[in-house]
Design a binder for this molecule. Structure first.
Ligand SMILES: Cc1ncc(COP(=O)(O)O)c(C=O)c1O
Length: 359
């Protein structure tokens, strides 16, 4: 069996150790005689899995008791609606920063419920930067300020939460757990699982408790944070197996030295890849220096006509899922937590080889 070097943007690579443990436990979870997939979510075994996963996630991110940690469904996309439904009343204004395709989608959905003020946008320069916070046009009465802290398609990442007098809401789908963050600088953090948390099917929401409990009356119960918090995220049958796998990923992360441990590895990986781009006259990063993502690295070749050959050669070497998003072109390497340093080294070796042949 050969495992590919998988640079998929999501669903994405999972740690081998996690998959091996899931394999070992798949028919008989710790002497229960059944798979976690087959257990009642109300069983003592599953409650223990769920509780440990939450405790480990809280420990990793340093989440205080002032926040609920919810394990929900519907993907990050469902949160684009759940957030305004929970945090605003009809007619309220909300502030959004537009730094890429995922910001655009969040803004479009929020417009169904609120007055959306786009405080700044980098759309004119094809989302290659974060507009200078000194020039954002904040509303005086916004209920929250929304950012996408890491744009998966454009590869633009915020260094930290912007300073704000209203709660900062962050879509961290493609960077959560890649580095330590100060949760207390956010009102709400949300993330689809299928990059750094586990398989698709789970959405993590970390929300300050005082922001819950005033959802609009028409909010579906499944989307109401207070309802889900009261039910320990089990107001219906949760995605039990994904939750279990997420728990295994959290344990694996603790073994890597927690978030500062994984951050050091991630910085080496990103440093190597951006170094390969910067040190060549062949590859080019479309993103401004200073805001380049450590998780999603788009890069272009001198001529789009070379893209197909580059991808074919990559495939032959087991380097998978490198094709860039059509809005940016070229390549995109997603180097999430589970993508090894060895994988990044194999990619940069191949880049050098291709440049020597074609440059
Ligand atoms: C930054 C970001 N936000 C939102 C989404 C949408 O997530 P989901 O497919 O879980 O709804 C994605 C998906 O890739 C993403 O990268």
């Amino acid at each position: 069996m050969t495992r590919a070097f998988n640079f998929s943007a999501g669903p994405a690579a999972l740690p081998d150790a996690v998959l091996e443990r899931a394999r070992d436990e798949i028919l008989d979870y710790q002497g229960s005689g059944m798979s976690v997939m087959e257990m009642s979510h109300r069983s003592a075994e599953f409650i223990d899995i769920a509780t440990r996963a939450e405790a480990d996630l809280r420990e990793l991110l340093g989440v205080s008791d002032d926040y609920h940690v919810l394990f929900l469904q519907g993907g990050a996309t469902t949160q684009f609606s759940a957030i305004p439904l929970n945090l605003t009343a009809a007619g309220d204004t909300v502030d959004y920063v537009n730094t890429g395709s995922w910001s655009v989608k969040a803004i479009k959905e929020a417009r169904k419920y609120c007055e959306v003020n786009v405080v700044a946008s980098s759309e004119k320069s094809n989302f290659d930067r974060i507009p200078d916070p000194g020039e954002w046009h904040l509303s005086p009465d916004a209920k929250y300020l929304h950012i996408c802290s890491n744009e998966t398609i454009g590869g633009v990442q915020f260094a930290e939460a912007p300073s704000s007098s209203v709660p900062v809401v962050a879509d961290m789908s493609s960077e959560i757990l890649s580095r330590p963050i100060d949760v207390n600088t956010y009102g709400l953090i949300y993330a689809g699982a299928q990059k750094n948390i586990g398989p698709a099917g789970l959405t993590v929401v970390i929300v300050r408790k005082d922001l819950c409990g005033s959802a609009r009356p028409e909010t579906p119960s499944m989307l109401d944070y207070a309802v889900q918090a009261d039910a320990d995220s089990m107001s219906n049958t949760p995605p039990t197996y994904t939750w279990y796998l997420a728990g295994l990923v959290f344990e694996w992360l603790k073994e890597q030295g927690g978030l500062s441990g994984i951050q050091a590895i991630n910085e080496r990986k990103a440093g190597r890849l951006y170094g390969a781009i910067e040190n060549s006259n062949f590859y080019h990063s479309p993103v401004e220096a200073g805001v380049r993502s450590t998780m999603n690295v788009p890069f272009t070749l001198p001529d789009p006509a070379m893209d197909a050959d580059f991808l074919a050669g990559a495939e032959e070497r087991g380097l998978k899922n490198l094709k860039g998003h059509r809005s940016v072109g070229g390549m995109r390497a997603s180097i999430y937590n589970a993508v090894s340093e060895e994988a990044v080294e194999a990619l940069t070796d191949y880049m050098l080889e291709f440049e020597r042949e074609r440059g």
